[in-house]
Design a protein around this ligand. Structure first.
Ligand code: SF4
Length: 421
């Protein structure tokens, strides 16, 4: 048995670097980390089937690559989605999309585009996790507790005393959502919720609107929302945190818009910034890579030759219905959402993945940070993190598999050219 301390976790985008792993001949297992995602996803067995499958039957990898190329080459409307891979895997997927005229999107891009719709219209002022930890003395959490998706947010970035807050300590106020029991345990006396979410006004957009009204000085002094407005204005550095992917109800971007306007108002009198959290499974890295390569965010298609971006038309949920072939990439988690499509699915995923119905073609791949090294971006988009390898199960990376597909496409093209086709 060997012990590995301080392992980087690539899963939710917080980039915790203190995961402790035990490894023996049977595989790897994490020591309890306080994070249900890490405790589940770092548990990998050496005894996994590493064969590709065609219609459920094992086939050699060379045949799987050839079949993938045949399917994608004959497609009229290919989709490359899921896209949960390290940066190298995403860049390879973008090269393939460009080559075959596919559309690209990330499984979790809903949360990203709820924020980006507002960023495009208004711009925004956002901060980093390091600023949250080191400078912020008042955290305003809007909506559901982000710990549901980012389990160690509070422990890692808010519990440590701020280094530059002038000895004020810090408070965490929840608006329109309750802290999870683990959050209450973790934050203790820092958490405040009382008096803000009453009666019919638990609707998030209404609550944000009411706080903006209070900031404009149009609520009575005894109103709890007026008191919160006063606290925001008197904080040294307030940070408004939200996880748009957890917002429920129609038009979540309107809530984000209200928050962006609110932050702008407070920022006129004291420091205030937003911290929009979205970024599991290298969502932010995939979006960055798409920007470097195409000049556009995710939800970009190459079916017209050059890249074309359309956040509605190229949303994978709707594109999946029209795609005759989908290449679904899911390198981080052995799980996939239901894929409702009349077309064929080629899946690149960890070998532990239980998928029903069985895709036409399944190619097992390794997980970045477990089976091979890889780069992922933190949720605040300012830090690229390098995760190392922990075990060797003979699994290729997404970049390896797609690189082989691209090489085969190139060879086929050369063969056709030589034959005068
Ligand atoms: S909070 Fe996120 S980065 Fe940290 S251990 Fe859990 S899944 Fe990994």
């Amino acid at each position: 048995m060997t012990f590995h301390p301080d392992i980087l976790c690539p899963f939710c985008g917080l980039g915790c670097g203190d995961i402790r792993i035990d490894r023996d001949q049977s595989g790897i297992a994490p020591r309890p980390s306080g994070c249900p995602q890490a405790d589940r996803l770092f548990r990998r067995s050496m005894a996994v089937p590493t064969d590709a499958r065609l219609d459920g039957a094992a086939i050699p990898m060379d045949d799987a690559i050839a079949e993938a190329v045949r399917l994608l080459g004959s497609s009229r409307a290919p989709l490359i989605a899921g896209l949960t891979a390290d940066v190298e895997g995403v860049l390879a997927a973008l090269s393939l999309a460009e080559r075959i005229g596919a559309t690209v999107d990330h499984e979790r891009s809903d949360a990203l585009f709820r924020n980006m719709a507002v960023l495009r219209r208004f711009g925004w002022s956002v901060t980093t996790l390091a600023e949250l930890r080191n400078r912020c003395d008042l955290v305003l959490v809007v909506g559901p507790d982000p710990a549901a998706a980012f389990p160690r947010l509070w422990e890692r970035w808010v519990v440590p005393e701020p280094a530059f807050a002038g000895g004020n300590g810090r408070s965490v106020v929840f608006l329109g959502g309750e802290p999870l029991p683990e959050t209450v345990r973790c934050l203790g006396a820092r958490v405040e919720t009382s008096g803000l979410d009453t009666g019919a006004e638990t609707d998030l957009a209404t609550l944000v609107g009411r706080l903006r009204t209070a900031l404009a000085g149009r609520l009575a002094a005894g109103d709890p929302m007026a008191a919160l407005a006063t606290r925001l204005r008197s904080a040294r550095y307030a940070v408004v945190v939200w996880a748009a992917g957890l917002f429920e109800g129609p038009q979540p971007d309107l809530i984000v818009e209200g928050l962006v306007r609110l932050i702008r108002t407070v920022d006129g009198t004291t420091r205030c910034a937003g911290l929009p959290l979205s970024g599991a499974d290298n969502l932010i890295g995939a979006n960055q890579a798409c920007g470097w390569r195409t000049g556009f965010p995710l939800r970009t298609g190459f079916d017209g030759g050059g890249p074309l971006h359309d956040p509605e038309r190229f949303d994978w949920h709707s594109r999946l219905r029209d795609a005759d072939v989908t290449l679904w990439i899911s390198a981080f988690r052995p799980e996939t959402p239901p894929l409702t499509t009349g077309g064929s699915v080629i899946m690149l995923a960890p070998p532990e993945t239980i998928v029903a119905p069985e895709p036409v073609l399944f190619i097992p791949v390794g997980t970045p940070g477990i089976d091979h090294p890889g780069d992922v971006f933190r949720t605040d988009g300012v830090v690229a993190l390098h995760a190392g390898a922990l075990i060797d199960r003979g699994l290729p990376s997404v970049a390896d598999v797609i690189g082989r597909m691209l090489a085969a496409i190139g060879q086929n093209a050369e063969t056709r050219e030589a034959a005068g086709c």
